[in-house]
Structures are given as structure tokens and as C-alpha cells.
Design a protein around this ligand. Structure first.
Ligand SMILES: O=C(O)CCC(=O)C(=O)O
Length: 318
């Protein structure tokens, strides 16, 4: 199939945005924005590889390791390994490794988790208290809305699978450069979803035989430099390439009332409970349609889609 480029929409970049302006003019639009010139504390100047290694020493971290730069959650082309934090940082910062798990040029990725990843939520103040002292998190939401603060440390060249999260978040790029490609929740029909992940990992060279509708998805894109903060509204898909070794801090907060979220969600990526229940009910409805012959099943399925469009779609989606 002939290759068609997706048009690229640059994500707005705004400098020196204060809390009031963010809440009044930016947040309600529910679109990604790069915030420049934010006050982030001493982390932006202090966090060299040596400083990071010394600050938190040899505490163990569980990391993703892959032989190829494109990490894919769906095909699980990576392995989980445990390393002392200082060794991990040194390895993630180098391109070729003397000691390795899979291959000399393997890539590393840390997505920090809570003490017990199944029960506890990542909070750098608890897991990385020394480094947490260096960061000033932009307080653009109420304290009670805070959900997690997650370290994301990656090797140069690493590409993270396309996915959405169910909470709003700031991606604070403390060191290193990154390219982020985003897609609106509205374009979900073109992204070939499997749960919260898209099957389209290679957003630059998508397999259009397999994913022909992908060309219809509108591509938003931005480049982050050290000190930039990207606001990623909940449900926006994102695919991230680290152009250099880099350290980011990802802060999630609750946009919906607290009780809307799944209590067992430690990552901020489980669908709100009402959405999960609605999907279960839909699956039951589809099972019920199987009682009909194909001609009728098709007809009533189309009527159901029309009903969903009429009753649940918004018509002001810009
Ligand atoms: O920067 C990264 O490594 C991933 C960021 C991400 O997935 C997020 O902001 O939710």
C-alpha cells in the first residue's frame, strides 16, 4: 500500500504560564500544551548521571530491558530485570554496555512504582526522597487531587508504546530531549486499540496493510527539552521517543471525583469504573445479539450504534 504522510499539528508552546492562567485558559480546553520556563527547582541543573547515582545509591529498581529501541507492551518484546539504581542510571546513559542482559546495545527504561507495585502508588517523595528534595512540582491542582509522581528514565533512542492514561498528567522533562506524538481521544477508532494501548507502535512507518485507518488519525507532535513540562490530558494517546538519555518526572492527578476511579489502579491507566461496567454490559448485549441470524444481528447492531452516537457522543468535539 502506498505510504501517506499524516499531517503534523504542532502542540502549542507557552512560556511562563501561571496557575490561574493555566486553570482559566488552558486546562478547560483539554488539549496538550508544552509549558516552558516553569519553576521546577534545582533538579534541572543538578541531575547529572553521577549526581543521580550518588543521591539514591544502590537501592533496587525494576526496569524494562529490550534488545530493540521500540518497546512494545502488547507483544512484550522486553524483559523485566532488577538493578541497583546507580548501576541502572549509568547503563541507561551509555550506548554500548560491557555488562548486559540481552545485547551490547540494549535499551533501558524505568517507570518507577510504589513499594509493592500491585498495591502501592509511585510517589518519588517516598521511593526517592533525596531526589524529591530537588524538585518543585507545579502546584496547578489541589493537593487532594494528587495521584502519583513517577520517574521515567530512558536510554537514548527508546520508543515507548502508544497508550492513554485515565488521569491528567504533567510530563516534566528534567534532563534530555524527547519527541512526543499525541492523538486525540476522538481518534480512538483509527488507533487499533487493545485495552489502553494502540497496536500501532511505529507511528512514523505504520503498517498500512494491517492498520489502514491509521492515516485518518490526526497527529499532534512536540519536542521536549530539559525544563519543559507537557500537559497530557486524560485519554490522549501518546507515543514517546527519547532522543537522548533523559530523566522525566510524570505527575498524575485526579480530574474526576475520586470515587470514579478504579481503587485497584496503581498506574493511573485503568478505565473509570463506570466505563468498565458499561463495556461489560455492551459485551453482554453483543452476546445477546448472537441469538439472531446474521441479517438481523447486523441490522440491530447498526441501530445500537446509532443510538450510542445519538445519546452518548458529544457534538462539540473540536
Ligand atoms: O516520557 C515517557 O517516558 C512516557 C510518558 C508517559 O507515558 C506519560 O506521560 O504518561
Amino acid at each position: 500500500m502506498e505510504r501517506r504522510e499524516q499531517p503534523v499539528v504542532p502542540v502549542a508552546r507557552l512560556a511562563g504560564v501561571r496557575r490561574e492562567q493555566f486553570l482559566r485558559d488552558i486546562y478547560p480546553r483539554r488539549k496538550p500544551v508544552v509549558l516552558k520556563g516553569m519553576e521546577l527547582g534545582t533538579c534541572t541543573t543538578k541531575w547529572t548521571v553521577d549526581y543521580l547515582s550518588q543521591a539514591e545509591g544502590s537501592k533496587e529498581v525494576k526496569i524494562h530491558v529490550s534488545a530493540v529501541p521500540q518497546m512494545d507492551f502488547l507483544s512484550k518484546n522486553f524483559v523485566y530485570r532488577t538493578l541497583p539504581f546507580d548501576v541502572f542510571v549509568q547503563r541507561a546513559a551509555e550506548v554500548k554496555h560491557k555488562e548486559y542482559f540481552l545485547s551490547e546495545e540494549e535499551k533501558y527504561y524505568l517507570r518507577s512504582v510504589g513499594e509493592d507495585a500491585r498495591k502501592d502508588i509511585a510517589d518519588i517523595r517516598k521511593q526517592f526522597p533525596v531526589l524529591a528534595e530537588d524538585v518543585q512540582i507545579p502546584e496547578y491542582f489541589e493537593k487532594e487531587q494528587f495521584f502519583s509522581s513517577v520517574f521515567r528514565i530512558s536510554s537514548a533512542g527508546l520508543q515507548l508504546w502508544t497508550h492513554y492514561d485515565v488521569m491528567d498528567n504533567f510530563l516534566i522533562q528534567v534532563t534530555g530531549k524527547k519527541r512526543v506524538v499525541l492523538y486525540s481521544p476522538r481518534d480512538a477508532p483509527y488507533l487499533y486499540l487493545s485495552g489502553t494501548k494502540s497496536k500501532v507502535l511505529d507511528v512514523d512507518n505504520p503498517d498500512l496493510e494491517k492498520y489502514p485507518l491509521f492515516v485518518k488519525a490526526k497527529r499532534y507532535q512536540c519536542f521536549l527539552e530539559a525544563g519543559d513540562v507537557l500537559f497530557i490530558p486524560a485519554l490522549w494517546f501518546h507515543n514517546v521517543i527519547s532522543e537522548e538519555f533523559g530523566v522525566a518526572l510524570n505527575v498524575f492527578w485526579k480530574h474526576l471525583p475520586a470515587e470514579s476511579y478504579d481503587k485497584s489502579d496503581t498506574y493511573g491507566n485503568k478505565d473509570p469504573t463506570a466505563a468498565s461496567r458499561a463495556i461489560q454490559i455492551l459485551d453482554r448485549a453483543l452476546k445477546t445479539l448472537e441469538e439472531l441470524p446474521e441479517e438481523y444481528r447486523d441490522f440491530y447492531a447498526r441501530r445500537m450504534v446509532l443510538r450510542i452516537q445519538e445519546k452518548a457522543y458529544r457534538n462539540d468535539y473540536g
